[in-house]
Design a protein around this ligand. Structure first.
Ligand SMILES: *[C@@H]1O[C@H](CO)[C@@H](O)[C@H](O)[C@H]1NC(C)=O
Ligand SMILES: *[C@@H]1O[C@H](CO)[C@@H](O)[C@H](O)[C@H]1NC(C)=O
Ligand SMILES: *[C@@H]1O[C@H](CO)[C@@H](O)[C@H](O)[C@H]1NC(C)=O
Length: 293
């Protein structure tokens, strides 16, 4: 006798959010704002970044900035976005903790020459005095109980093809969506088109539509900004998140399926269908798993 069991299992997913709650502050430390100048209070983590030249790009939170050293006090709404940015742009920045450093991070991956930098993040008082100091203070010697860090936003890695945003781009007065690439920078535009992980569509109060493709380094920052600060309500599917009651009466949707930013409805309804087929043959003992996406 030959028995076959087939189990079909439909997975429901909570979309891009690992937690629907906003992050809650877990520490209150001080950070330097410029070495030996002033201390800033109410920080969640401190950051120090060293650049050998000025880097101008909207594609990086941590990479962009003047020549020299910059210092930052990250608050509870910034810490995940900055951490994720470093994990994505640096060679070996640790994922599971806020304490870390990396000597080789790249702000604009399409052109290494345009943007390599060093960055260090640490979580004890005044630990970002300079880069060396920060590297020491983020090590296990100083920070034995190195707190584990967990994300509230899913790590998106699959490339998604969004509508090219710049064919007829015009900055809307009522939209918080800003242009990521200068109009004449085709290298930047092509990089975005080929490396997007999230599509974004925004409709302002005059019904003007703007679109943007978000790369791995900054999509978390945009998602958290809308979720925690700019909008009062959101709904989601497995592949989209739809924000309403936003500042300036803007409606914003972000999605991760090719072409899902065609219009707001398409974006809002974007769903992944996960169907798992398990075939179990009683005699031959093998298992086949189909993953329909
Ligand atoms: C940090 O220092 C800069 C000048 O170096 C100053 O412009 C800025 O306002 C300071 N930030 C805060 C939050 O004090
Ligand atoms: C954080 O600490 C400072 C003093 O170091 C204090 O003034 C401030 O109220 C504290 N903030 C919170 C949210 O506890
Ligand atoms: C960093 O700061 C320490 C003091 O905390 C100092 O001894 C060291 O010389 C500084 N390093 C650099 C490169 O400025």
């Amino acid at each position: 006798m030959f028995l076959v069991f087939i189990i079909i299992y439909l997975r429901t997913s909570s979309g891009f959010l690992l937690s629907t709650e906003n992050r809650i502050s877990t520490r209150n430390i001080t950070c330097w704002n410029g070495s030996s100048s002033t201390l800033l209070f109410n920080c969640e983590a401190c950051l120090v970044i060293a650049r050998n030249y000025e880097i101008r790009t909207s594609l990086s939170l941590t990479g962009s900035g003047p020549l020299g050293i910059t210092y930052q006090c990250l608050n509870v709404n910034q810490v995940e976005a900055y951490h994720e940015n470093l994990v994505r742009e640096c060679q070996n920045f640790p994922r599971g903790t806020l304490n870390g450093y990396d000597d080789f991070c790249i702000a604009s991956p399409y052109s290494k020459l345009r943007g390599s930098y060093r960055a260090c993040m640490c979580t004890i008082n005044a630990c970002n005095y300079n880069y060396t100091e920060c590297v020491q203070r983020s090590s296990p010697y100083w920070n034995r109980q190195a707190p584990l860090f967990s994300n509230t936003i899913v790590q998106l890695t699959n490339r998604v093809k969004c509508f090219r945003p710049y064919e007829d781009y015009k900055q809307s007065t009522f939209s918080s969506l800003t242009q990521l690439c200068p109009s004449n920078d085709n290298e930047c535009k092509n990089f975005l088109f080929d490396n997007g992980v999230l599509c974004w569509i925004s409709v302002d109060r005059t019904n003007y539509i703007t679109r943007q493709t978000l790369p791995p380094s900054i999509y978390v920052s945009h998602l958290i900004k809308y979720k925690a600060m700019l909008c009062r309500s959101f709904t989601w599917t497995s592949k989209s998140i739809y924000f309403s009651q936003c500042q300036e009466d803007e409606t914003v949707c972000m999605c991760a399926i090719d072409g899902c930013d065609q219009d707001l409805e398409t974006c809002q309804k974007s769903k992944a269908i996960h169907i798992y087929y398990y075939y179990y043959y009683y005699y031959s003992f093998f298992l086949i798993l189909f993953y329909l996406y």
